[in-house]
Write a protein that binds this ligand. Sequence first.
Ligand code: ZN
Length: 343
Amino acid sequence: MTEQRRSRLSAEVDFERDGKQTGFVRLFHSVHRSAYGFIPIPIVVIRNGAGPTALFISGNHGDEYEGQVTLCNLAKSLQSSDIKGRVILLPMANFPAAQAGLRTSPIDRRNLNREFPGDPNGDVTQQIAYYISSTLLPMADVVYDLHSGGSSLAHLPAVSMKRSPDKAFEKRAYAALQSLGAPLAYITEGAQGTGREETLGAQAAARGIIALGSELGGSGTVARPGLRIAERAVRNLMVHMGILPESARIPADGPMRVTRVGGADYFVYASEAGVWEPCVELGDMVEAGQLAARIHTPETPWAPPAEVHFARDGLVLVRRLPARTVRGDCLFHLSTDAPDLFA
Ligand code: ZN
C-alpha cells in the first residue's frame, strides 16, 4: 500500500481570494450511517490584498467555549475592508469533539493537542492535526490557539506562550503576547514541564511561526471575564501584526502580570482516590509545604483524610473541578511571578 503525505482534507474556501468566505474543510469519513459523507469543519477566510496572516483557532479541545464564542463573534463582525492581509478562523478545530462538548474526539478518543504534527493516513483527529500543520500553518505569520480549562479544570484567565531557545524569536513572540492587553500571562517551558512537542503551539514555533495561547476560564461554561480578555486579545493581535489599524486597539486595563510555569514541582496531584477538599482557591498565593487539599473517603468516614501539600511557593493558576478524584489527577498547578523573564 502506498502512503500519501498530502492531506486528504479539502477546503471549500480559496485562501488566495480577497473578500470574506465561509465554508467547511471536508474530512471524508465513511461510516455506517453515511457511506460517502464528510465531517464539515467550519472555516472563515477574510483577506484584503497582500499582508500578514493571522490564524485563530478554538475548539482544539471541544469542551472549551470562550474561544469558540470569540471566533463566532469575529466571523460576523470582521470585514475584509477592515483589514490588510489575511485572517483565518478555525473555531471548531477538533469538530467531532467540539460538537460533542468533549475534550477528546468521540470518534477516535484522541486529543488533538497531543497529535501534532499529525498523520494524513491516520485517525480522524490525526488527519485534522496534519491538515492544520501542512496546510494552515505554512500560511500563518502568527497562530493564536484559544483554550480554557475545559470540563475538569478552572483556570485564572490568562494568555500564554512557550519559551524558545531562539532568543530573537522569543523576543518577537513576547512582544506579540504583550500586545494582547491581557491582565495575566504565564510562560511555559512545555506542557507540564515535560518539553512536550506535540501541541499546536510547539509545532508552530518549531516552524518559526509566532504561537500564542490562552486559558480563558473553563469549568465547561462561558464566563464573561475570559470572553472580554479574548475579544481584546484577538483585536490587539491583529493590530500588532498590522492587519488592523492602530485605531482598532482595545486598551488594556493595566499592566500584564507575567508569571512562569516550570517543572513538576508546580503541579499537585491526588495521592489517593476519594472526594477532595481544596484548602486554597484560584488566585491565592501559597507557600512550599502548605496544605493544598484533603482527600476524604466517605466510604470509611472514620478514616483520616490523605493530605497533599504544595511543593513550592506560587500563584494558584489552575484547580480541578470535579470533587471525586483518583490518584494521578491534577488538583492544582501554580505559576510564579517572573516580571524580568525577558529583560
Ligand atoms: Zn485546551
